[in-house]
Design a protein around this ligand. Structure first.
Ligand SMILES: C[S@@+](CC[C@H](N)C(=O)[O-])C[C@H]1O[C@@H](n2cnc3c(N)ncnc32)[C@H](O)[C@@H]1O
Length: 330
C-alpha cells in the first residue's frame, strides 16, 4: 500500500489521536472500539503496525539469546488488532510445533483481518478467534493504553493461565511504569527473562526513581530512510522515524537463570557529553547513573551515542565506583 489518499492520512491522524497518543493522559477508563471499517485495518497495518513490527524485531532478537522458551504449541495474541505480534513471532521463530493460534480482539473484523494475514505463516495450526483455556505463549502488544481497570484484571487472569508471556508497549513513561507494576505482580508466578539483567524487585521502585522509566530503542530497517512512503508518513503523521522507543516484559515459568551476575542494561538513551557518556545502568544492585569515558574504548563510546543495533546489555567491568569496561552480552 504505497499510495494513500488525503482522506487516508486524515483517518490515520484520527486513529493516532484516538489511541496512540492516549497513553500520556490515560484516565483508567477503557477506550471504545474504534475500528470503523476494513480500510482502517489496512491503513493501520501499513503504517503504525509496521513500526510496532520493528519494535517486535528488536525484542525477538534479544529473546533468542535470553533463554526464552521456543516452539509453543498454543499461542494467544490478545488485543491482536491486525495480528502484528503473532506475525512477528512466527516470522522470527517459525511455526514448528504450533497446533493452535488464538487471535482475540473485541473487534471481530480485526480478528478476522488478523487471521487472514497470519494464515500463510501459521503452517498447519488451527486459527481461532476465541480465548483458549490455557496457552504456552501469550503475546500482548500495545494494549495497556486503552484497557480500563476491568480489562487489566482480565489481563492478569489471562496471564495466570499462560506458561510464558511477551508484553510489548510503546515506551512512554505511563505504559513503562505500568509494566513495572505488572512485573512485580507477575514475578510471584513467573521468572523474569527480559529486559532485566536480574529477577529481583525492579530497581526503579527504589526511592528517587519516581520519574524514571524503563525503555529501550529499536532501529528501523535502513531502507525506511530512503523510502518515499515513509518520508511522507513521517511528514503527514508527525512521526520521527529515527526514534522508536519501546518497553517490554518477557516472562516464563521454570526457566533457569543463565544471566551472569555482572550483566547490566543501559536504559533509555545515554546522555553524550564531551568525552563521557552518562548512563542509566540497571544491574542486580539497582538502577544507577554512571559515567563511561570515551578513552576506555572509542568504538564502544561512539556506539552508545548511536541508534542501537542490539539490546544494550553488557558485562560491566568496574573499578571501585567507576565503570571501566562494557563488553556486549551475550
Ligand atoms: C493499539 S491496538 C494494538 C493491536 C496489535 N496488538 C498491535 O500491536 O498492532 C489495540 C487493540 O486492542 C484491542 N482491544 C482493546 N481493548 C480490548 C479488550 N477489552 N478486549 C479485546 N481486545 C481489546 C483493540 O480493538 C485493538 O485492536
Amino acid at each position: 500500500m504505497n499510495d494513500l489518499r488525503p482522506e487516508d492520512w486524515d483517518r490515520l491522524r484520527e486513529l493516532r489521536s484516538a489511541f496512540l497518543e492516549r497513553g500520556e493522559t490515560t484516565t483508567g477508563d477503557a477506550l471504545s472500539d474504534y475500528w470503523g471499517s476494513e480500510r482502517d485495518l489496512e491503513l493501520y497495518d501499513a503504517t503504525f503496525a509496521r513500526r510496532i513490527g520493528w519494535r517486535w524485531a528488536a525484542v525477538l532478537d534479544e529473546l533468542e539469546s535470553r533463554a526464552f522458551p521456543r516452539a509453543p504449541a498454543v499461542i494467544l495474541d490478545w488485543g491482536c488488532g491486525t495480528g502484528g505480534a503473532a506475525r512477528a513471532w512466527l516470522e522470527h521463530f517459525g511455526a514448528d510445533g504450533l497446533t493452535d493460534l488464538h487471535l482475540v480482539d473485541r473487534s471481530l473484523p480485526a480478528a478476522q483481518f488478523a487471521a487472514e494475514r497470519v494464515r500463510p505463516l501459521a503452517g498447519s495450526a488451527r486459527i481461532h478467534e476465541e480465548l483458549p483455556a490455557t496457552c504456552d505463549l501469550l503475546l500482548l502488544s500495545h494494549v495497556l493504553d486503552e484497557t480500563g481497570s476491568a480489562d487489566r484484571t482480565e489481563l492478569l487472569e489471562l496471564c495466570s493461565r499462560a506458561h510464558s508471556i511477551v508484553w510489548l508497549e510503546p515506551g512512554h513513561q505511563a505504559s513503562a511504569r505500568a509494566l513495572v507494576t505488572l512485573r512485580e505482580e507477575l514475578r510471584t508466578r513467573f521468572d523474569v527473562i527480559a529486559p532485566c539483567p536480574h529477577r529481583d524487585t525492579c530497581g526503579l521502585l527504589a526511592p528517587g526513581h519516581e520519574r524514571d522509566w524503563c525503555h529501550h530503542f529499536a532501529t528501523p530497517p535502513r531502507s525506511v530512510f530512503q523510502d518515499g512512503f515513509w518520508t511522507r508518513a513521517s511528514r503527514e503523521l508527525g512521526i520521527d522515524l529515527r526514534s522508536l522507543p519501546y518497553s517490554f516484559l518477557a516472562l516464563a515459568t521454570a526457566q533457569p537463570d543463565t544471566t551472569p551476575a555482572d550483566v547490566g542494561r543501559v536504559l533509555g538513551r545515554p546522555r553524550m557529553e564531551k568525552g563521557r557518556a552518562r548512563l542509566d545502568l540497571c544491574t542486580r544492585t539497582g538502577v544507577q547513573t554512571r559515567d563511561y569515558l570515551a578513552r576506555f574504548d572509542k568504538q564502544r563510546f561512539r556506539e552508545l551515542g548511536e541508534s542501537p543495533e542490539r539490546a544494550r546489555l553488557f558485562r560491566v567491568r568496574e573499578e571501585g565506583e567507576r565503570i571501566v569496561g562494557l563488553d556486549p552480552f551475550p
